[in-house]
Design a protein around this ligand. Sequence first.
Ligand SMILES: C[S@@+](CC[C@H](N)C(=O)[O-])C[C@H]1O[C@@H](n2cnc3c(N)ncnc32)[C@H](O)[C@@H]1O
Length: 275
Amino acid sequence: MNWTHDPVVVCPTCHGDLLPQDAHLHCVVCDHDWSVRGRTPLLFQAKRVGRRDRVMRRMYDVLSPVHDPITEHVLPHLQGDAPDAVLRRRMVEALDLDSLTVGDDGVAHILEVGVGGGALIPYIAEALPAGVPVCYWGLDLSSGMLRKCRARLPIDGVNVRLVQADAAALPFAENSMARVIHVGALGTFADPEHALFEMSRVARPGSRVVVVDEELDTARSNRLRHRIAFKLLTFNQSTPQAPIELLPYNAENVHSANLSRFFYLLSFDAPRGHA
Ligand SMILES: C[S@@+](CC[C@H](N)C(=O)[O-])C[C@H]1O[C@@H](n2cnc3c(N)ncnc32)[C@H](O)[C@@H]1O
């Protein structure tokens, strides 16, 4: 098996420790065997994935060859806003990586939920403080998107590990992540409130969680073409907007603002006492 054990990664069902055994990761608590494909563990059970998430997984598998070029080259024109690189740097800035510190294991773990083709990772790499060992966990439910991300690796300056799993059942230990970021899918999740709870659960107390997803900036004058493009982009969401009301009740330093014409950026610090 092409997988090195890391105690940060746990069983997504019962949060028990996972031990490499033959071609599997074996959960010492519930006895489930999780398979590993190449270097990527498959830490989800298809039958437990919400119906909406299953549909989105198939959609992203199909979209994976064109997703990143569309985001980089087409979306900025549709939005009539800053280039993708500028928006990505703003997302990274919100993570406050200058204050990144290592955990008990001597590593600062950063999680991207819905890593997709990994377009954000080079921007993270350029902002990491020198001398802090970092492990960047890229989690996604779509194997097609993860293949695209794998093809991007290695990326100078950052150690990236990929995991196929569901945002609703993160296979990471409580309080293990120094930062968590999610870009672009929360509004389509079957249970966005639970996904936010999961991001908060795995984040170290007081550490920053950043969520970026669709919301039309109504303070700007939006032409018909902007409103049509936004409608098409969010065709499967009833109310595309920052879900402040879904955050864990004890989230700290909650801040929400428009990142661009089509996107909000919501940040909060994980509760210092988990519920
Ligand atoms: C719009 S893409 C953004 C990708 C990447 N974050 C970026 O900024 O380019 C959203 C990603 O979320 C993933 N995703 C959707 N639903 C998911 C779920 N329930 N669990 C994990 N990932 C999911 C999709 O497969 C897709 O790769």
